[in-house]
Design a binder for this molecule. Sequence first.
Ligand code: SAM
Length: 293
Amino acid sequence: MAVSVSTGAALFAGSPRSRACVARPAHEVRPPLVSPLKWAGGKRRLVEPYLRPLWQGHEHRVLVEPFVGAMSVALGLRPERALLNDVNPHVVNFLRELKRGLKITIPLLYDHDYYYAARERFNDLIARGEFRGSEAAQLFYLLNRTGFNGLCRFSGRTPQRFNVPFGRHKTVNFQEDFARYRAAMKGWRLSNRDFEHLEVGEDAFVYADPPYDGAFTAYSGQSFDWDDQVRLAEWLASRRCPVVASNHATLRIKRLYRKLGFRIREISVARSISCTGGREAAREIIAVKGFGR
Ligand SMILES: C[S@@+](CC[C@H](N)C(=O)[O-])C[C@H]1O[C@@H](n2cnc3c(N)ncnc32)[C@H](O)[C@@H]1O
């Protein structure tokens, strides 16, 4: 039987040979899907070089993503079972509708005036507390594809207002058929809460991709400050399963994770969206714990 075994994970994950017996046969690996959303800090580029080698041999586990964003990692790894969470209710509503088999019934147009009309309608739904369901998900998709750099930013006032301006893009591609996502998400659960309220069993494999230390954090109108970084690192360190976390390679982040017993690898990554909307190379870390030596 052909077995897919990683070598790239050796730095972190112990001997690949020792885990080969539980690795998924190569012919069973499901093809990666690309998220329909653009997302600040999306991690699609980390999947093949860094995350898949760590995931190999753990495919029987529940992939838990406390900070799922646009779901790029889950769609890349294609686990059978997953618990995907984000504190942003709008992205979670979109993902829930995707799982239900989202049907597009509004015109998908890339047009300045149409964008602002759609934004107004989306904000009306929020103001009326009707931001769950298919219409809000479709508007969210349209705003994400045609707004400035796929940002998801809200004013601080209550009710929150989505305030991202129209984006200037050379081309905009819309998807209208989301059937393959529905099939891929069959065994996945979605949740919308602060990460600390997630129940994580010993059969989990956690990948945590929080807002980065010192970076843009207004994904949901809530900030993620240093106290949250410490709260997260301590919460992750006390999970009784394999844990992988990514973050900015700041000195204090490296110290924090090392102190809590994580092994750290520093990598250089081209960011997909920065707070200024630009593309830039950045030093990041991948911290791991619970893989054995
Ligand atoms: C870097 S993004 C994750 C990107 C994701 N890995 C991807 O590839 O699309 C961080 C996410 O954390 C979410 N977030 C921020 N604070 C949170 C909290 N306290 N609990 C759960 N999620 C939170 C944000 O809404 C945002 O979607």
